[in-house]
Design a protein around this ligand. Sequence first.
Ligand code: WQD
Length: 338
Amino acid sequence: MNILVTGGMGFIGSHTVVELHNSGYTPIIVDNLSNSDKTVLNGLEKITGQLFKFYEVDCNDNRAMESVFKENPIDGAIHFAASKAVGESVEKPLFYYQNNVGSLLVLMELMEKYHAPRLIFSSSCTVYGEPDFLPVTELSEKKPAESPYGNTKQICEEIIEDATRASKRIRAIALRYFNPIGAHPSSLIGELPLGVPSNLVPFITQSAIGLRGPLAIHGSDYNTPDGTCIRDYIHVVDLAKAHVASLQYLSGNAQCDFDIFNIGTGQGNSVLEVVETFKKVNECSLNYAIGPRRPGDVEKVFGDVAKSRRLLGWQTELSLEDSLRDAWNWQLSLSRKS
Ligand code: WQD
């Protein structure tokens, strides 16, 4: 089965290409390389022994996307391609709505036209905002988005729900990711943040290897055990496997038009816990200082993943230690290349 992977050269997309291949699917990668690098293809080939079809195409380019559908029978699509920098979305909301919502509309219209019946959508725990109760379940209230980025995820989920209800040609699953971290254990693919990382773990690894100054911990006066924010950090390989499980679920459950699943570990860790675990598991030092809170940060969020376990037959297999070890090994491999 040919699975179109939009954003397939990105962090989560590339790891999902590996797991799709490992499960017997044929991934076809579409990526405009705006936030990724073509060398990822080499890493994917070294891991799988397979050179994957890659189209350097912007998902908003209807004509270019249609040519991909004309050239390949597409049995399903996993839609990663989107901009995801929360802060940038506040500065450039129109770009975010055009890029994130527009690309979904182009993809779904072509899936309708060319009878590609299955869609997995990359959504996010940001739709929950600051939850009233923890852990959040898929039925937890969706709070008003804290950023245009988060709003695009909420809007896209609603578009998919309406479109799959109206047309029996496409059935879809939205996966609400928590915080993806780590890298493939081979250290051949991983996170490639452009510029100064805004996310915690890539900043930690770049600081530890000397590329950055000390880590600034954004606030230690939150209502949490150690005062720092709590998140649900999931290994990117576990996250990738959830996409394969979702495709298999859609294939085996024809009555499912649209459904939503939390994809996380089901437990929360604080920033300081991540820092201390990183130092311990990698036996390295890390300089950090407590700084002011970061505007827009949620105090604590982590997922209830019982539904994913029950219906998708999926759950995480890797630990926070595994994630931080793989993230560090990936950083070390990058420094050997440079
Ligand atoms: C985690 C914690 C920071 C950097 C992100 C994306 C969001 C979604 C999930 C895709 C927070 C703290 C961070 C630093 C710090 N991704 N931190 N110093 O904000 O939970 O969400 O991943 O859907 O779009 O924004 O992740 O890694 O930025 O922050 O103290 O230098 O680490 O304050 O508490 P976040 P993050």
